[in-house]
Design a protein around this ligand. Sequence first.
Ligand code: NDP
Ligand code: HSE
Length: 451
Amino acid sequence: MAPSADHAADLGDRRSAGRADPAPIRVALLGCGTVGSEVARLLTEEADEFAARAGAPVELAGIAVRRPDKHPELPQELLTSDVEALVSSDVDIVVELVGGIEPARTWLLTALRAGKSVVTANKALLAEHSPELSEAADVSGADLYYEAAVAGAIPLVRPLRESLAGDRITRVMGIVNGTTNYILSAMDSTGASYSETLEEASNLGYAEADPTADVDGYDAASKAAILASLAFHTRVSASDVYREGIGSVGAADVAAAKMIGRTVKLLAICERVTDPDGSESVSVRVHPVMIPHSHQLAGVGGAFNAVYVEADGAGELMFFGQGAGGAPTASAVLGDLVDVARNRLGGGRGPRESAHAGLPVRPMGDTPTRYHISLQVADRPGVLAQIAQVFAKHDVSLASVRQRDKHSTASLVVVTHAAPDSALRATVDDIGELDVVHEVVSVMRVEGEDS
Ligand code: NDP
Ligand code: HSE
């Protein structure tokens, strides 16, 4: 659909106002914090380069922040706290780097309805309101680009929505939150405490304004919703995603993982599930897992992200790079900005939302998973048999059982085969009730090897 008549005419006038050089593309930058400040710096310092790449000067028309007086480093004539006025002014593209749902949703709807294209890194907003924003973009013919919303610098949105548009994606799995990966890597390698490492991640600009979004898995769940929507041509919102953060991961879990040659990672897992009757659904979840040290995701440390994509034709693809931080995220934002500027100059637009498949989202309880369970149990005859009975009662089959004696107790480490998550959960609850079980030391799902 064409851009709204007024805006198209305006852009057309400015494109062909008798000048040999195209008129500048005017950009409103909302937010100038960790990411926005890098975007502003590069747009200013490398203005000629961006003009050459886009096909016209890319001009910062205004920068909206909450507290203009706190930004003496920015061109004062561009600064404002009046976001509505900036969004409604004569700009072509709105770059939103504020975050949160409101008022960002209202600003972006205003921009899109007026035919202004939007570039955003706001995964929380997209995971809740992508359909509404996409529809507004469709009606006015504007672009909605969001490469930076998932996995920082790593090109992932574009490969899923464009490069793999001709393939059938079956699985997207990976590390999509830099802050929690930074924390888990430090816990694993140096035994550092959770709280001191979170503070470091915040100081390095990786964490969200409210870091509980990172540690409780909300940020990764938003990204999983975006990835699943793109991969499976289905609308998946954050509330469809099963979510556990890393708050429950303690030193005991990290040690238990090490003992069996594994490491703990917070993974986003998006799968296409086909039932025996041929019907399809999608499973989308975020939770800590133990993966073998030999697994490629196990070596992804610090704030790096890595995502596997499996597709029928392409097979396995892996995307790896810096998942958070000002400069890496600005790289993705600026890539989108150049693309959107080119689209506007060429009179076209980028890909629209693709949600035609409309697959149902499978409840977590029905999703097949595997558990690692580490227990302290009484060291006497019949204990193992009692525990085995509980697994049998819930129809859960065991992949491995290891026992180590320690005085009058024994430590028992069980890894299951795949079973519905609800059956595994019920098994753990029942085992915890047995008199012979002194302590359930660690329970975590395992991934990355045959089930
Ligand atoms: P920051 O908190 O560093 O910056 C937020 C900016 O928004 C600040 O400039 C702030 O103004 C401004 N702001 C906040 N509220 C308002 C308001 N009501 N009106 C006007 N301006 C406002 O955030 P980040 O740069 O870290 O993140 C921005 C977005 O990018 C978020 O959506 C985040 O999820 C996403 N993102 C961040 C990544 C990262 O590594 N940091 C990576 C990928 C995505 P002031 O400076 O005056 O306080
Ligand atoms: N807080 C996010 C993270 C920023 O740690 O991954 C990148 O989206």
